[in-house]
Design a protein around this ligand. Structure first.
Ligand code: SAH
Length: 248
């Protein structure tokens, strides 16, 4: 099965862009995924091919029209009925590796890239559209966010990454940041590689990596750490409950 990306945009020439080279580019050439950029303007209903209008209530910028968006979404979903429709917006749910993994396991995605001030809000009530943000930053358009989401999905597709294990240990896969990496030369500007990594003792190396992963997460991402600890406490008490049930 080929993962298919339909990207609704005012700038189809931005795709596949960076996804046409390196890992993603090779995977596309091998038929592991495909992409089609859909020009939103083709779904405009007036002779000027208008896709936006001034914001109701006043203010700066322009807003993408719900009727034009709906026509384009309906076209894309008719072609790919099993693909979820995802609008890229800073108002959306922050994208996570868990969601990326789910998407990568599915048939593909229909991505909706905003421009200007964004979307007429009624589109989210009128169509089944998931709102996703790629971070607490404001981009000038949804296209770089769409590229980011696709890149994260593509590398997880079967046969795209070299070693299958390299995905499982990475940042966020177990709710933690990954441990730090080192490579040759052993000494660089007076700094050496941690001795344990040269010990050849795989159990010690694994324990060191786990400890670093936990320490770095606690320090750099207290939000992730709190969630990780929450899950651990929950599953420990779940296990205790189960044990109690067995004892009774
Ligand atoms: N006025 C909006 C920002 C619009 S930016 C606001 O303040 O919320 C224009 C477009 O860029 C958006 O419609 C969206 O498609 C895209 N975009 C900007 N930042 C984004 C982010 N963090 N994640 C996903 N898409 C984003």
């Amino acid at each position: 099965m080929t993962f298919h990306a339909a990207v609704i945009t005012l700038y189809p020439e931005m795709f596949p862009g960076p996804l046409g080279v390196s890992l993603a580019g090779r995977a596309r050439a091998d038929g592991k995924w495909s992409i089609e950029a859909v020009q939103l303007r083709d779904f405009a209903i007036d002779k000027h091919r208008t896709v936006d209008d001034t914001p109701a209530g006043g203010g700066a910028g322009m807003v993408l029209r719900a009727d034009v968006l709906a026509a384009c979404i309906d076209h894309a979903t008719a072609l790919h009925p099993d693909c979820p429709v995802i609008a890229l917006t800073p108002r959306g749910k922050p994208l996570t590796q868990a969601r990326v993994r789910e998407l990568a396991a599915g048939p593909g995605v229909i991505l909706l890239c905003g421009r200007f001030e964004g979307f007429d809000e009624r589109i989210f009530a009128g169509r089944a559209v998931e709102e996703v943000s790629v971070g607490d930053i404001v981009l000038s358009g949804g296209e770089p966010a769409a590229l980011m989401l696709l890149d994260a999905c593509i590398r997880l597709l079967p046969g795209v990454m070299g070693a299958p294990s390299s995905g499982a240990e990475e940042s966020f896969e177990n709710g933690l940041l990954e441990y730090p990496h080192y490579t040759r030369p052993y000494e660089w500007e007076g700094r050496t590689i941690p001795e344990v990594l040269r010990s050849g003792d795989h159990a010690r190396i694994a324990a060191w990596r786990q400890a670093m992963s936990e320490a770095d997460t606690r320090l750099r991402r207290p939000d992730l750490w709190e969630r990780h600890e929450g899950v651990r406490v929950q599953s420990a008490s779940g296990a205790q409950r189960e044990k109690k049930d067995l004892d009774q």
